[in-house]
Write a protein of this length. Sequence first.
Length: 501
Amino acid sequence: MGRLPERDTRVGATDSRIKWRPSNATIALIFVLVFTVGPYLAFTKHIPFTGHGYTLNATFSNGVKIATRSPVRIAGVAVGEVIGVSRDGDNTKVTFTVEGDGRPIHADAFAEIRPRIFLEGNFFVDLRPGSPSSPELESGGTIPVSHTSTALQLDQILTSLQSPVRADLSRALEAFGTALTHKPTPAEDATQLPEVKGRSGAEGLNGALKYGGDAGRYSAQVTNAFLGTSPGDLSRLVAGAGRTFGALARREGDLQSLIVNFDTFTGALAAQSQNLSTTVRRLAPTLEVGRRALVNLNRTLPPLRAWAIEFRPAVAELPALISAADPWLAQARPLLSGREAGGVAKLLEESTPYLTGATQAGMASTIPQINRLSLCTSKVFVPVGNETVHDGFETGPNYREFFYYLADFAGAGQNFDGNGPYLRAQPGGGSTLVRIDNPSGNLSTDKQDWAHVVEAPTGVQPQLGGAPPKKPEVRCATQPVPDVNGPLGQVGPPQLTAVSP
């Protein structure tokens, strides 16, 4: 107990301060608290009477007899302890604490129940806190069973090989040995490839080893390709696969649906077992053809790579091209609308049947006539136009003389030119009297016509004669080319006869 303060009552004393000190019991209590509670708080890192702080739950498929107060460790360092173990259906739910040094614990954390070393005994929870990119679990959160595992016990190994299992294993080994040594019957060989007919399973496997060299070489190439093109590609692939599987593990319900659907899918495949067998039998020649195709594809890759390199400038210009094409597209949309090009297309659609009918009618009647006219032109008219009349006044092919005559007629039809009215005056003037027979004439009694001309005629070309016979039933293209240098084409006697005065 503490003592009351003493007052100095001596005569002449002037110091009136109160003097006090703790009792021996108080000092002893403080000493006990400092040297007992202090170490306890330092080692447990937990203040009593304040609850368990940050706690988590983990669901295990097998609790493996883990007990409360079992340690929770991260990388071998204790960060908490198990405070509760309970059943959760067919699984075990373990509740444990995590002290501040062990946090944060992320949503993709993984927990494993592992045995402690021989001298420690019992088990502990090995906790992996997860990746920093994943959100932190709140206190009271649960690590799902897909992110937990338990240590395999010896009794589990022994119980997995009970008498029925051993009997099944024995029968499986005997059936496997029979399959390797069994000689197939003719009925069994009927559906097999020629390479394995009459051979046992062991002989067929031995025959397959001759393909092992190529298969091993190609497998090595594939395995080498998995390493990637630069260091760290494979590790990044594994890390990405881990993230993928982690995301799948967080969607357990969807995975269950996937397994159910996969079971349905495999059932459908089983119903088509005969077709699958035929597909597998034809796979070997398909692979051979596919290998040649891949070799040819590999040969095309270098030119394709060169083309891609050359195409880069065009790709760089593509954004500008797209920007420049935007105004055109804005105009093209209304142009192709129903009011403009769409309406025209509709009218064309309505007129197309009639145009088709007209085309068919033209092919039946007009085109054959045009073809006949073209044949007549190429086989008769053109050769005649290219002939030259050899009468001493040659001016070239006939077609040129035709154009010359047109020019002469144009000059003769003018009122005045360099020759004056000579051509118009020629038939009606001159001192030379000429006559011509005119049997059908009715103005003269002697059936002759008389006129005065400037000069006496020297001859007629071509000579007058009867019209050639007309044969409308004979096609023009079948006629021979006319001979313009025949008898009638020469200069003949004049039809006009000069009369002496």
